[in-house]
Design a protein around this ligand. Structure first.
Ligand SMILES: Cc1cc2nc3c(=O)[nH]c(=O)nc-3n(C[C@H](O)[C@H](O)[C@H](O)COP(=O)(O)OP(=O)(O)OC[C@H]3O[C@@H](n4cnc5c(N)ncnc54)[C@H](O)[C@@H]3O)c2cc1C
Length: 390
């Protein structure tokens, strides 16, 4: 345990205990520091050793149509993330590999162009805030020239989304961890797995026998959160989510870092800094080995080379697989545990965590401080409980 944590009568105590040092737990710890809350952040392995230590880093907005509170929240989060990252970069001297490079979406069928024209008006109406206006531009050809993406996929033209961005998952998590080293009130401990939560005494019991008495506890253990939350009491007897495996790859290619992301039918091609390009990702509900890569990734790479032929000669730098937390209704899951008023869930980001985590963490900290969470209902733990019952 770090010397920033306090020990009283042999048992550790802290105002706030955060379990899990992925993107969710890291942001929660930073938000706690900003609010002056004495905090312990504990991870069973290394910080960002779970899903947050991946490769892809796409920051994709929801579609600009059918606007609602959930889409507005994500829009605001994707806008505010830019300033958050700039502040962190200034504080740490590190880079998160962030860039609002936009995205190109080829339209393989002519009728999709009509829908794209409609969404272009939706974006004008909904994708703006202050000086920011982002576009969903239907185009006849790629603004990047031949092959990004290949013409064969752009039968109906393509859409240029100027809002999408990307970040290096490892760059951002490393930067957050560095920022927490500078924090006065946050102690980080790696290699300590939580075993049980005793809600009656507000005590966390770790696998090595360590006990920590907490004022509040934030459960941010990714896909492990569902079982951990279930174990606390009868209200969540059935886990409210599941792990979904994803595979991705990192390539080295001679391409400009400001090229837009490409997206087609679940395939993401994400250019990063330094000629690196991430390809992702599979979505596997059933799997034998959480961390192995296989023919599903090979298929994805073949599809990527067809969509962007410039990648055909690219060197594969890394193949990677991990488990994302998918809550029962797919949206993130944040809120107070019905059987334990001092325990707050912060999980379930599934495929959009990196763009939302700073805002979700802020809401979780509001709950810690007894304030109302400014989140759409579908992001609340209570909503996921209702869905599970129906
Ligand atoms: C292939 C792939 C591609 C993806 N691409 C994107 C993308 O482009 N954009 C995007 O936004 N999202 C993407 N995601 C999703 C995103 O990575 C996840 O939603 C996010 O990382 C989840 O963060 P988390 O903090 O909830 O969980 P995690 O990052 O999994 O962190 C949970 C932490 O809890 C710790 N832990 C678990 N159990 C215990 C315990 N008992 N005691 C203590 N600690 C424990 C783990 O060690 C881990 O460090 C992708 C995911 C995958 C797999």
């Amino acid at each position: 345990m770090s010397d920033k944590s306090a020990s009283i009568s042999g048992q550790l105590q802290t105002e706030l205990l955060i379990i899990g040092g992925g993107i969710m737990g890291l942001w929660a710890a930073l938000q706690a520091e900003r609010r002056g809350i004495r905090t312990m952040l504990v991870d069973a392995g290394a910080i960002a050793g779970g899903a947050s230590g991946g490769l892809l880093g796409a920051l994709m907005p929801y579609m600009p149509d059918k606007w609602d509170a959930k889409k507005q929240l994500q829009f605001d989060a994707l806008v505010s993330l830019e300033a958050e990252i700039a502040d962190l970069e200034a504080a740490t001297g590190l880079s998160a590999g962030y860039r609002r490079s936009g995205r190109l979406i080829p339209l393989p069928k002519p009728h999709l162009r009509v829908i794209a024209e409609r969404h272009s008006k939706d974006a004008l109406r909904n994708w703006h805030q202050g000086n920011h206006q982002f576009f969903w531009n239907p185009l006849d050809g790629s603004p990047c020239g031949d092959g990004w993406p290949a013409d064969e996929f752009a039968v109906g033209g393509l859409v240029q989304d100027t809002f999408a961005a990307r970040v290096s998952p490892r760059g951002l998590t490393h930067m957050l961890a560095r920022r927490l080293e500078q924090a006065a009130r946050v102690a980080v401990t790696e290699g300590l797995a939580i075993e049980a939560i005793d809600a009656a005494t507000s005590t966390a019991v770790f696998r090595d026998g360590t006990k920590v008495a907490f004022g509040h506890l934030v459960v941010a253990t990714g896909h492990h959160s569902f079982d951990l939350l279930s174990s606390i009491g009868p209200a969540l007897a059935k886990p409210l989510g599941q792990p979904v495996k994803g595979q991705a790859a990192l390539l080295k290619a001679e391409i400009a870092p400001d090229l837009p992301l490409l997206y087609l039918d679940g395939l993401y091609i994400v250019p990063h800094e330094g000629g690196q390009v991430a390809i992702g990702s599979t979505s596997e509900n059933h799997f034998n080995d959480a961390t192995s890569t296989d023919v599903l990734l090979d298929d994805l790479l073949l599809r990527a080379c067809r969509l962007a032929p410039v990648l055909e000669d690219a060197e594969i730098v890394e193949r990677w697989a991990g488990l994302r937390p998918k809550a029962i209704d797919r949206d993130p899951m944040v809120g107070i545990h019905p059987d334990a008023e001092r325990v707050i869930a912060l999980t379930g980001g599934f495929k959009v965590s990196f763009g939302l985590a700073h805002v979700l963490a802020n809401a979780a900290l509001d709950a810690v401080e007894g304030k109302a969470m400014a989140l759409p209902d579908s992001f609340s733990l209570a909503h996921h409980i209702r869905v599970a019952v129906d």
